[in-house]
Design a protein around this ligand. Structure first.
Ligand SMILES: Cc1cc2nc3c(=O)[nH]c(=O)nc-3n(C[C@H](O)[C@H](O)[C@H](O)COP(=O)(O)OP(=O)(O)OC[C@H]3O[C@@H](n4cnc5c(N)ncnc54)[C@H](O)[C@@H]3O)c2cc1C
Length: 410
């Protein structure tokens, strides 16, 4: 059936999000006498397998099922290089992909035929259950399509022009924070692009913003074409990387108790907001896989369980990028120095002090970034259990990481 005719038949909109989909859907279909199902496609092997199975399950029950792409600008298989392969480098990927997308001349219309579906089913989310994070949810997030549209419109009219200069500053908090809405399908990247185009804004900041949407698309291409992006390094050399194993260090990292303030403040941002600034994801990621020499898949899994915007493509691709084992990845020898990152991107220590206010007793940003420089003061905090000594020496652990990398290379 043509999708337009199909749309006229719709009286529901359902989003399949969990492994219980078949059971939950069967229950809803019966209860609400649903005759058609639609959903937006997902792209990992696992999701494709699950959704194909669900599709045939319901088709066999004479329920009409149709799937669409609203999650991406282009389907991953639409973008290929001249040799008919998927792109492994971002810049040529995005040049091609954006052109292909613009040629489609997509236009967004809110579909009034799809009526919203009120039901009282409860969803149990097993998410950082040892912390009452949800109590603060409303301080940071307004779920839903209307909220997502409002957020992106305000961002485009008031903030996007400075995206290129502000986006790296966790203390400024000037990125769009649209990622959870994208994750839950509350907004499509197509709508974002169209709204930017309608604004008639065209400058370096806007192009930088669009290219970040491009990184999301690129991640999906990698997800679709790789064997298992969340566990298998794209660069096969990393299959034998000499990772350390330390449950204790990993736990201290997750709890924000490494003694490196920028890392600890960033990890605390997750507990407060369920979200972390992109610059900090790179800093904490580098600290885990390089300074602590722990396998990047541990970080990938932790983010999977704790980020509101967890995305099966961007998260895995982000971790592979940080570990240096992905496509177009940050080279392994690039170890982010959290102290230099603090000086550059949180120069007044505002972000750090928001999350670790007990460090206010240090009298300069320099000592907030490196409390161990004032040993006496740090000792007093440690004694009162208000902060901790660093779990690694940044220089020594950097050298250890570079040695491990050399070993892998040869
Ligand atoms: C280790 C690591 C893990 C990550 N895990 C996730 C994840 O689970 N989910 C997720 O959405 N993003 C992830 N990212 C990418 C990025 O950090 C977030 O998309 C961004 O911080 C979301 O905030 P924002 O909406 O304010 O972004 P903005 O800066 O306002 O960017 C707008 C949109 O562009 C996309 N985008 C921006 N940067 C990236 C990027 N580096 N890679 C892919 N897409 C990007 C996102 O969809 C984002 O919402 C990860 C990055 C790293 C380094």
């Amino acid at each position: 059936m043509h999708s337009k005719n199909l749309e006229q038949k719709f009286n529901v909109k359902l989003i399949i999000t969990d492994g219980e989909a078949k059971k939950n859907l069967s229950h809803l279909i019966e209860k609400y006498k649903i005759s058609s199902l639609i959903w937006n496609r997902l792209y990992s092997d696992q999701s494709i397998k699950r959704d194909t199975e669900i599709k045939s399950f319901f088709k066999n029950k004479n329920i009409h099922v149709e799937t669409f792409n609203s999650h991406l600008l282009n389907e991953p298989w639409e973008i290929q290089n001249n040799s008919g392969q998927f792109f492994k480098v971002f810049t040529p990927y995005w040049k091609t992909a954006f052109k292909v997308y613009l040629n489609k001349k997509f236009s967004y219309q809110k579909n009034s035929l799809i009526k919203s579906f009120k039901h009282n089913e409860k969803t149990k989310i097993d998410f950082l259950s040892n912390r009452s994070w949800y109590e603060k949810f409303n301080n940071y997030w307004s779920p839903g399509e209307d909220a997502a549209l409002k957020k992106i419109e305000t961002y485009i009219s008031s903030h996007i022009d400075k995206y290129d200069v502000n986006r790296n500053r966790p203390d400024f908090d000037q990125t769009s924070r649209i990622s959870p809405h994208l994750r839950f399908g509350e907004i499509s990247p197509r709508v974002i692009v169209e709204k930017i185009q309608n604004s008639k804004k065209s400058n370096n900041a806007v192009n930088t913003y669009l290219s970040e949407i491009g990184w999301r698309e690129f991640s999906y291409s990698l997800l679709y074409y790789s064997e298992d992006l969340s566990t298998k390094p794209i660069n096969p050399k990393f299959k034998k990387f000499p990772w350390r194993s330390s449950k204790k260090d990993f736990a201290l990292w997750t709890e924000g108790k490494t003694g490196i303030p920028l890392v600890d403040a960033a990890m605390s941002q997750i507990y407060e907001e369920g979200w972390m600034h992109n610059r900090l994801r790179m800093v904490v990621g580098s600290f885990l896989v390089k300074n602590l020499l722990l396998n990047w898949t541990l970080g990938e899994q932790y983010f999977q369980k704790s980020l509101l915007d967890y995305d099966e493509a961007s998260n895995a691709a982000g971790w592979q990028w940080i570990a240096g084992c992905g496509a177009d990845a940050s080279p392994y020898f690039r170890v982010f120095n959290p102290v230099l990152q603090s000086e550059k991107f949180d120069p007044q220590a505002q972000f750090i002090l928001k999350y670790i206010p007990q460090l206010k007793i240090f009298n300069s940003s320099k000592t907030v970034f490196e409390p161990y420089l004032d040993k006496k003061l740090l000792d007093s905090l440690v004694k009162e259990k208000k902060y901790v000594n660093p779990i690694v020496d940044l220089k020594e652990s950097r050298n250890r990481a570079l040695d491990a990398y050399q070993q892998t290379k040869s």
